[in-house]
Write a protein that binds this ligand. Sequence first.
Ligand code: ZN
Length: 240
Amino acid sequence: MTDLDADSALVMFSGGQDSTVCLAWALERFARVETVGFDYGQRHVIELEVRAHLREKMSAMRPQWAQRLGDDHLIKLDALAAISETALTRETAIELGANGLPTTFVPARNLIFFCFAGALAYRRGAGHIVTGVCETDYSGYPDCRNETVKAMQAALSLGLDKPIVIDTPLMWIDKAATFALAEEIGGEALLDLVVEHTHSCYLGDRSRRHPWGYGCGECPACTLRAQGYVKFMSRKATRA
Ligand code: ZN
């Protein structure tokens, strides 16, 4: 049995700010990069819709990126919708719970994503999985913690009987530093792409444009993104 290709990566790509920066990060490092998205009946499918658009724009950004960017995979996980709180409590509105997470939140969602990403990486021969999970702006998802990811990496490597690496380039940096990383990797063009075309808002609002992009401006995802952008811009001003 040959090992998985250490120069090939599968990026968990939702179309959000973090996973877009991760895709750019991977395109700089790996000879072959594929993307995977999960469709689990989100009320707003906007993130999934912006994915293709972002991939196209990033391909056009650099010839090398176009060469490296391979297939996109969309995995339908209807079972997740069935165990979301919204489904279980028969609520119709997406609300933010006391923990600041949307009530559609599915416990262990990322663990489930990692299993499917691992299965797909194996089939595609990719030795790396890249994900934008982050402990710094820890927003209550225990399955985004570094320890959880390391445990998952060990479990997948054992369960697949092939070493597989889960890369988390954003694990220890905050949202402001994520904007800075976008600029560092792809200059103004990538920064503009991240602001204009990625989507973070929990409520799926793309009707309001703020300096940091589109969103309701009030949900935890928008708040985090807005604060990160302000901090990024002020750090930039200080440097200049
Ligand atoms: Zn929002």
